[in-house]
Write a protein that binds this ligand. Sequence first.
Ligand code: FDP
Length: 337
Amino acid sequence: MDKETLGSTIGTTLDRFINDKQGEFPFATGELSQLLRDIALAGKIINREVNKSGLLDIAGAYGATNVQGEEQQKLDVIADIRFTRALKNGGEVCAIISEEEDDLIRLNANSRYVVAMDPLDGSSNIDVNVSIGTIFSIYRRVSPIGTPVQMEDVLQKGDNQVAAGYILYGSSTMLVYTTGHGVNGFTFEPTLGEFLLSHQNMKCPKAGSIYSINEGSYQSFEPSVKEYLQYCKAENYSARYIGSLVADFHRNLLKGGIYMYPSTEKAPNGKLRLMYECNCLAFIIEQAGGMATDGEQRVMEIQPTELHQRVPLFIGSPDMVNKAQTYRKEFATAQKD
Ligand code: FDP
């Protein structure tokens, strides 16, 4: 890229970038652009709250469990309220699936978009000042606008996503998103209160040398995962596991690596949720040249049957995901023989 082009794009505000990109969609009405702005605004608010953790009484357990049976943290609940409010006020969304809500949240039936979100991912890290994130997916409803939202509007394959992204509350706060035309990352500039383009057209390295998995569960992994882990060690790969999906994913996206949450004895379908964790990150990684599978098929081809469905996840650099999958296939073939 020449100096002039670089100077004209890096530092562009998220608002301006979204406006400029609207033209990439034939017949764009501006609703998706507005929806992305609503999400960015909610992200700024959560960022403000997260930064106060430790000073105000917003850390710690809320005293309830979510539909997954996991203990909700106060910040989980605050983030859920903030996002839901922003999406409700924006008016572009007809329904939300949230990790924190058992059922579908029905909003304006005259709106076109469905949002699936994990308002604050990495709950176990909230209280210890470790990076956490927000994950979101946007779908266009399939039933006619103005009619009540149907389950088919919500339970769509990841391949139908029109946009997906995450906000990482890390050493700096970043918003990364795709609308299917590459992946771009914006860093929050707190004195300006703006997300500025900092990572243009992000690409995941084809090969990598970082593997991320909770190895504490090693004994309950299936043999092919164990074998792949042995291979990683033999290759002297680095093990890096923060335990916040967004943070682990983001590092591997930039540096090259694989994140795995396979099935375990305790969790035969893994732990991560298809609709608001796996699909969103799968869309981003594929747009960045990477891969995401459940060990057998592309994550985005899985037909969801439940709002809070879990699937195993192998995501990251294509060479690494392919290798992990090869072990799985070999194991499956050996079992058949
Ligand atoms: P958490 O339960 O802390 O919200 O999405 C769930 C998630 O975190 C991911 O962010 C993280 O990668 C994973 O679970 C951690 O699970 P383990 O503690 O089982 O490793």
